[in-house]
Design a protein around this ligand. Structure first.
Ligand code: NDP
Length: 292
């Protein structure tokens, strides 16, 4: 039987609509408009597209979008000075520095210069520590989106075997922390994992965040498992460019219980969660009730 497709596009539209409703209420009741500042250094084409989409969606939910486009040769001192200004600006509730940064800039230094309360990407070491110790954190957007889809589909995740393939700081590790906090039994796999197929086959929840086109075939998937495919890989097939995930959708869909497609799965949820985090940051900054 073919798996249920988890529709990230529709889910993300719901999340954005809820954020927009909350933003409208904030404006009416408190005169507040949440603001998101996005900093782009250089002209990486994929980053330019992401930043443009973030700006459009931020304005669509009624928030202020502040876009700062800096030259690729911008010095670290100038970038840090901009971040200090944004940290001090009361109209800015969220700050996102688009990664990757050009090679002469130290990403860790730059990210850790952001006020943790405005770190809507959840990459600051304070937020990483808060998440790891089960305290109130800013949670990285992509894993947060994955968790929302998992909860929506499965309800309680308690006791389930979860396998996360990939251990990056932006997806794999925070995803594993979130699943652990949901009382899953979590395995993190990576490029040195032995018998990856066997490890994946144990998973009730399989999250793939690798960046290798279609590397996980259907026969690595436990029958009935919920598969979340974070991978976004651009490949050429039949003379056309195409986006595919890290999971071989065609074979996995025959085995899984539910699966996210690529495109239209995890991707749209990421920006929706960024907007939700910005709203949360605004509410926290003003001591107001946070959105559910
Ligand atoms: P990274 O390159 O930072 O991490 C990839 C991880 O995959 C590493 O931990 C690596 O292991 C592991 N890996 C590589 N090869 C293998 C292998 N053969 N077997 C098992 N594990 C392997 O990538 P990201 O986490 O940043 O991104 C992963 C994917 O998710 C990419 O396709 C990216 O485009 C996508 N992405 C999608 C987002 C969205 O909004 N949907 C947002 C962010 C990312 P090791 O650590 O040992 O090297």
């Amino acid at each position: 039987m073919s798996a249920k497709r988890i529709d990230g596009k529709a889910f993300a539209a719901d999340v954005r609509a809820q954020v927009a409703t909350h933003v409208a209420r904030l404006k009416e009741e408190s005169g507040l408009t949440p603001g998101l500042a996005v900093v782009l250094v250089g002209e990486d084409p994929a980053s330019q597209v992401y930043v443009k989409n973030k700006g459009i969606q931020t304005r669509e939910v009624g928030m202020n979008s502040f876009e700062h486009k800096l030259d690729a040769a911008t010095s670290e001192a100038d970038l840090l000075a901009l971040i200090a200004r944004l940290n001090a600006d009361p109209t800015v509730h969220g700050i996102l520095v688009q990664l990757p940064l050009p090679g002469h800039l130290d990403s860790d230094l730059v990210i850790n210069a952001i006020d943790p309360a405005k770190d809507v990407d959840g990459f600051h070491i304070s937020n990483v520590g808060l998440l790891g110790t089960g305290q109130k954190a800013m949670v990285p957007c992509t894993p947060l989106g994955c968790l929302m889809m998992l909860r929506d589909h499965l309800g309680s995740l308690s006791g389930l075997d979860a396998v996360v393939v990939g251990r990056s700081n932006i997806v794999g590790k925070p995803m594993a922390q979130l699943l652990l906090a949901e009382s899953c039994t979590v395995t993190i796999a990576h490029s040195r994992t032995k018998n990856l197929a066997e490890v994946c086959k144990r998973a009730d929840i399989l999250v793939a965040a690798v960046g290798r086109p279609e590397m996980i075939p259907g026969d690595w998937v436990k029958p009935g498992a919920t598969v979340i495919d974070v991978g976004i890989n651009r490949i050429e097939r039949d003379g056309k460019m195409k986006l595919v995930g890290d999971v071989d959708f065609a074979s996995a869909v025959e085995v899984a219980g539910a699966i996210t497609p690529v495109p239209g799965g995890v991707g749209p949820m990421t920006i929706a969660c960024l907007l939700a985090n910005t709203l949360t940051a605004c509410c926290r900054a003003h001591g107001l009730a946070e959105p559910e």
